[in-house]
Design a protein around this ligand. Structure first.
Ligand code: MN
Ligand code: MN
Length: 402
């Protein structure tokens, strides 16, 4: 029996035709064979995983050397299941290189609450589906309460206590990001945990209650619990003489006009338009089929990525001859250390949508094409042996998607 091994190009085309998320049964055609090199796998294998990672199974010829793992999927993360929802996290524990950022994916049913809590790190969030009500009170006694929907961001500064509650009809699902790879949603400061581990007499004295008022407090942390759907926002506010927080904690990212490139759209949220978000800068990127996020790098921070839809692959150049390509799809986390150049290609038939997050107050990137366009062409030609009239085609304007 003989197989005809397709070229890398035809494998990709086949993948594109199927679209992301389609279950394929042609995995036997995918082998680590490129031209005359390589050989078929005759030992144990996991065709589904190999199919999702065509560029790991058959790396591009330009891949070389040792680059650490730059991907972890939320699908492989432990599910913490509670009454009313769940959460799962990708931290430095799951993806060791991600020292600057950790992420949490959480689902709350209608009325379910991520309980009142705080943590050492700031919290940046993106609503993936549905609606939630969020509350916070800052260190000067200003309160904040808002409803957020799909495409909205929120940001709670470090240490500021807050809550999240799912609204009608089916609650919500969101991504949380924390500018610290060692963050864990398991080690936050929860109000129920505080009450369970504080002397009753001290609590009642502190709050002006009687000890009997505290008879029914929970014995341990709730984390996520089912509750009633709150009333409309205008009936749920608490009067605060000091007024609301000076900087809003919500940003309607997807209502912003995008920076349009041919074949893509980019929306940036950092301290230039979302003033309170001092510890996390973000870009929401859309790449249409056949297009790519241009070759670039970030001079100020590592990049933590979350893929929302589509099928993508990213090649990262790590200097000293090292480069590696990874495949990504919805629910995957990617990572790029500061200053390593990278590009992301849409290899599917639907738009790729993903978030680029940075532990920084400003989004910054350096474009390879713009650098070359704004450098004396003779100098570029002397390095790369490219004709002058070819170099004249370089764009002087940055174009995030090409
Ligand atoms: Mn939190
Ligand atoms: Mn980037």
């Amino acid at each position: 029996m003989s197989f005809n091994f397709p070229s890398r190009r035809s494998v990709l085309t086949g993948t594109a035709a199927m679209g992301a998320g389609t279950v394929m049964h042609m995995a036997s055609a995918e082998e680590p064979v490129i031209g005359q090199k390589g050989a078929t796998i005759i030992g144990p294998r996991n065709p589904e995983r190999e199919h999702q990672n065509p560029d790991i199974l058959r790396p591009p010829a330009t891949d070389h050397g040792t680059v650490p793992n730059l991907r972890f999927s939320f699908s492989d993360a432990h599910m913490k299941i509670r009454d009313g929802g769940w959460s799962r996290e990708v931290t430095q524990r799951e993806l060791p290189i991600s020292t600057t950022m950790a992420g949490v994916n959480m689902r709350l049913k209608s009325g379910a609450v991520r309980e009142l809590h705080w943590h050492k790190q700031a919290e940046w969030a993106f609503m993936l589906a549905g609606r939630a009500r969020i509350t916070a009170v800052d260190n000067d006694g200003h309160n904040f309460i808002a409803d957020v929907g799909e495409g909205d961001l929120w940001y709670f500064p470090a240490g500021i206590p807050h809550s999240i509650q799912g609204l009608r009809n089916d609650g919500c699902e969101f991504l949380l990001a924390f500018p610290d790879g060692e963050f864990s949603e398991d080690s936050t400061f929860a109000i129920t945990d505080l009450f369970a581990h504080t002397d009753r007499e001290a609590l009642s004295k502190n709050l002006g209650f009687t000890e009997r008022d505290l008879d029914r407090i929970p014995e341990k942390e709730l984390f996520i619990f089912q509750s009633e759907v709150p009333p409309p926002l205008e009936h749920n506010a608490v009067a605060d003489e000091r007024g609301p927080v000076p900087e809003t904690m919500v940003f309607r990212l997807m209502e912003q006009p995008p920076d349009n490139s041919p074949g893509g759209r980019v929306r940036i949220a950092d301290t230039r338009n979302f003033l309170i978000s001092t510890d996390v800068a973000a870009a929401h990127v859309e790449i249409d089929p056949g297009h790519m996020r241009e070759i670039h790098w970030h001079p100020n921070a590592d990049e933590w990525q979350y893929y929302i839809s589509g099928a993508a692959r990213m090649t990262v150049f790590a200097a000293e001859g090292n480069a590696r390509t990874f495949d990504y799809r919805a629910g995957d986390v990617g990572y790029v250390p500061m200053s390593m150049s990278h590009f992301i290609e849409n290899i599917g038939s639907e738009p790729v949508r993903f978030l680029e997050l940075f532990k920084a107050s400003r989004f910054t990137d350096v474009s390879l094409a713009q650098w070359m366009a704004l450098t004396p062409p003779d100098l570029i030609a002397a390095h790369l042996k490219i004709e002058r009239d070819v170099l004249d085609k370089l764009r002087k304007e940055k174009q995030p998607v090409v």
